[in-house]
Design a protein around this ligand. Structure first.
Ligand code: SAM
Ligand code: SF4
Ligand code: F3S
Length: 471
């Protein structure tokens, strides 16, 4: 068991190589096949890559067999994520044996660290492109087609792809991800992201608002504003002579229409402000849901992790959220078995979870990443079986909380944004409420994209079950 993900719409690291297709009626010079791994931000990047490729005459196909170019957008966050990508690359290498003209490219977070291995030692791929170099992809494809190894892993302090209108891939036409910033300036000791994605930079607020407006005008009903640390969003609007904070940006997006729901991810406990919470409270269409990763319940471990807050600080933040937004859904990320973590400190993580009773938790055992602060400074000294046992205890505890979190909604009525037909029954629709909980209810004449009031009659650990009511 590597980690546990329970329902993962917004903060989704479970993407396991989805394949995408775009407008196949147009004439393209070549077809590409692309798979995306890792977090929502990586998925949003894949949509940027598809846009760059489409503009340069390449069309996406869902069938790797008919593609002339194959790309994998990769994730480095844990060793397991890298292993999955490696396995996939080996499969593609055998495809290349049958079709020597095939060009294979690695994109994203594994690019910088493994470029030499992939290109030279293992000869797995022809192209390696880092997350800030996607604009050079068409030129790199040409190089690779000419038989050269093509690589660009340069990180940038400016690139935000602000002007690129992402091609929506495998979209339900209702929810869309919108990147508002890139990189990360925090140096959490366990984390590889600052190394794979570089310095934090915020995207032009006007381009974000414009993208959200365009989405709404093409019938999208929900946008999720994405960044590794959205609360440190900061952009100087020279035209208006003001600096835009995350709360101001969120307000501008919320004002597009009350029918456009706004979500965001991820908040860092040290940076989330009252201003953000007040803005959430002010607008009905900003969803009452906060993903607030804590990582550990022990102040000593948090300090070693360089999270820059203590257990007490975190609890105070959670209390403040509950005070200002009493119905707010809350989720977290947790790591078990970080360097030197004792049994007592592990129990502190459990007791913090007991206190917060998260609606959703993403739990992982610690996986040392080369080059990170922790890898350089600390010994990865907790045996794997201990890390996994602690993770299992945590998962078991969280199950009781997630069930409680669902049970407490039985009897209540929620405004649900319908997202599609239920996987289990053609006769049922599914959607989510404000707090990000999935609700299934009989279809009647309702359609995806509509807001429907649903009364909850029962639940499972992951789903609320109800019926539409006329409000
Ligand atoms: N920026 C977000 C934040 O500050 O919490 C999260 C970024 S990371 C993509 C998502 C989660 O992966 C982290 O919150 C952490 O729980 C987990 N993670 C990151 N590095 C890890 C590692 N080396 N081992 C295990 N889990 C890790
Ligand atoms: Fe990684 Fe920390 Fe940045 Fe999140 S805030 S991406 S955990 S360094
Ligand atoms: Fe995301 Fe994985 Fe990179 S979680 S930022 S794709 S390392």
């Amino acid at each position: 068991m590597e980690g546990l993900l329970i329902d993962s719409k917004v903060h989704d690291e479970s993407r396991q190589g989805e394949a995408y297709a775009i407008d196949n009626t147009a004439q393209y010079k070549k077809y590409f096949y692309i798979e995306s791994y890792g977090c929502a931000m990586n998925f949003a990047d894949t949509e940027v890559v598809a846009s760059i490729l489409q503009t340069n005459g390449f069309g996406a196909t869902k069938n790797a067999e008919e593609a002339e170019l194959i790309f994998i957008n990769t994730c480095s966050i844990r060793e397991k994520a890298e292993q999955t990508v490696r396995k996939r690359l080996t499969e593609f290498k055998s495809l290349k044996k049958q079709r020597p003209g095939l060009v294979i490219g690695v994109l994203g977070c594994m690019a910088e660290r493994l470029k030499d291995k992939f290109l030279e030692e293992e000869k797995l791929v022809d192209i390696v492109v880092g997350p800030d170099a996607y604009r050079t992809l068409p030129a790199l494809i040409e190089e690779a087609e000419g038989g050269q190894k093509a690589v660009n892993v340069l990180l940038s302090r400016e690139e935000t792809y602000a002007d690129i209108s992402p091609v929506r891939l495998n979209s339900n036409g209702i929810n869309a991800f919108v990147s508002i910033m890139r990189g990360c300036n925090n140096m959490c000791a366990f984390c590889v992201v600052p190394f794979t994605r570089g310095r934090e930079r915020s995207r032009d607020a006007n381009s974000i608002v414009k993208e959200c407006e365009e989405l709404f005008n093409t019938d999208y009903k929900e946008v999720t504003l994405l960044g590794q640390n959205v609360d440190s969003y900061y952009w100087a609007d020279e035209q208006k002579g003001e600096t835009v904070t995350f709360a101001m940006l969120m307000e501008r997006v919320a004002l597009i229409s009350p029918l456009l729901r706004v979500r965001f991810s991820t908040s860092h406990p040290k940076d989330i402000t009252d201003e953000v919470l007040f803005t959430m409270a002010k607008y009905e269409n900003i969803c009452n849901y906060i993903h607030l990763p804590v990582q550990s319940g022990s102040s000593r471990v948090l300090q070693m992790m360089n999270r820059t807050y203590t257990r007490e600080w975190y609890i105070a933040k959670v209390n403040r959220i509950k005070e200002l937004l009493p119905d707010c859904g809350l989720s977290t990320d947790m790591i078990t078995g970080f360097c030197t973590e004792t049994e007592e400190e592990h129990r502190e993580s459990l007791s913090l979870m007991e206190y917060c009773k998260y609606d959703l938790a993403y739990m992982y055992f610690y996986s040392e990443r080369p080059g990170t602060l922790a890898a350089r400074r600390y010994k990865d000294d907790i045996p794997e079986e201990v890390k996994k046992r602690r993770l299992q205890e945590m998962v078991a505890l969280h199950r009781t909380h997630s069930l409680l979190s669902m049970q407490k909604e039985v009897g209540k009525t929620f405004k649900v944004l319908v997202e599609g037909i239920s996987k289990k029954s053609e006769e049922h629709l599914y959607g989510r409420n404000d707090q990000n909980k999935v609700i299934v209810f009989p279809k009647e004449n309702y359609q995806p994209g509509e807001y429907v009031y649903v009364k909850v009659n029962s639940c499972t650990a992951g789903t609320l079950i109800g019926e539409a009511i006329v409000n």
